[in-house]
Design a protein around this ligand. Structure first.
Ligand code: ZN
Length: 319
């Protein structure tokens, strides 16, 4: 009898949470989980934007200050941003005071629009080059790309770019919470900022790190710079690291695997380059050394491109 009562009580307590979690059919259930004191992260799907995930694929996060909230990367479209805000609302009803955008790729920041709609005075921070590119052709291209990839599910999404420029070394105080900005050089793109939440010893890495997922390097990227950025991240000796995609955790979980991949690739491709092998030959010769990464989402489509990109960087450095 007691166990039946307990069961009924458990159902009453658990049911509202289970029933209200954000569910994307055939993709998964998504909600914010505590990572550190006052810090929450929602780990998004690892697949590329598509109709099923409605374009959602990143790791939105928020920090609770005395009287408000600070969001990092609110997602990929107006609609995703609205879902992200609804999930935040299940944990805190405080107003959103600020948003940080880690870089120009639209899956991280096109959700700004939903936050700005709800909180017109919100302050949005980004790297100066991100602001320039978001307001230029790159921002418009990302709006179009999200529409194509989701078959129009992002309808109505518009560019709402950051207006406050932050660069390496900036210290931003928002009420009782402090944030330090890290940007050493071009890495995943030329617009990356890594955001350190000083109070909880957490680093938001943006796409400078991935876990269980590979990403592409665009024309502005520098893989050597990406290695430097991740070495810097580890040297900060923080307690928590949040990658752009994939699971958060200690440096060993959220930074070291991708850093090791990039360092290993630099060593292997340099060897092949010095042996005067063409990049396609190097690719075929070294792919076996990367067996530990073959299950990461996007490995097959990205591995050859990564070899080619770092080969060109090595060539440029050697001359
Ligand atoms: Zn990216």
């Amino acid at each position: 009898m007691i166990s039946r009562q307990l069961m009924a009580l458990a159902c009453l307590v658990l049911w509202p949470t289970l029933a209200s979690a954000w569910t994307l059919k055939d993709v998964g259930t998504f909600k914010f989980e505590p990572l550190a004191n006052n810090v929450y992260v929602m780990h998004g799907p690892k697949e590329e934007p598509n109709v099923k995930n409605i374009g959602f694929m990143n790791n939105p996060a928020f920090i609770i200050s005395a009287n408000g909230l600070i969001i990092v990367d609110p997602g990929s479209t107006l609609q995703v941003g609205e879902h992200v805000l609804a999930e935040i609302r299940k944990i805190s009803k405080k107003p959103v005071l600020a948003v940080f955008n880690t870089h120009i790729h639209g899956d991280h920041w096109l959700g700004n629009q939903a936050i700005k709609n709800a909180f017109p005075d919100v302050k949005i921070y980004g790297h100066p080059k991100m602001i320039e590119q978001a307001n230029g052709g790159n921002g418009a291209n990302w709006v179009d790309l999200m529409s194509q990839l989701t078959n129009g599910l992002s309808k109505g999404t518009k560019v709402v770019a950051p207006t406050l420029a932050v660069d390496n070394g900036a210290l931003i105080k928002i009420e009782d919470q402090s944030f330090r900005i890290h940007h050493l050089s071009n890495a995943h793109t030329d617009t990356d900022i890594m955001i350190e939440h000083v109070d909880s010893k957490t680093l938001f890495l943006g796409d400078n790190s991935f876990v269980q997922r590979m990403g592409r390097f665009d024309d502005s990227a520098n893989m050597h710079g990406n290695i430097k950025a991740l070495q810097h991240a580890v040297a900060l000796k923080l307690d928590h690291y949040v990658p752009g995609h994939g699971q958060s955790g200690s440096a060993d979980i959220a930074v070291q695997p991708f850093l090791t991949y990039l360092e290993k690739m630099r060593v292997s491709v340099t060897k092949g380059y010095r042996a005067e092998k063409p990049d396609y030959k190097i690719r075929n010769d070294i792919i076996g050394e990367f067996a530990a990464y073959k299950d990461w989402a996007g490995f097959d489509s990205n591995f050859g491109k990564h070899v080619n990109k770092i080969y060109l960087e090595i060539e440029e450095l050697e001359f």
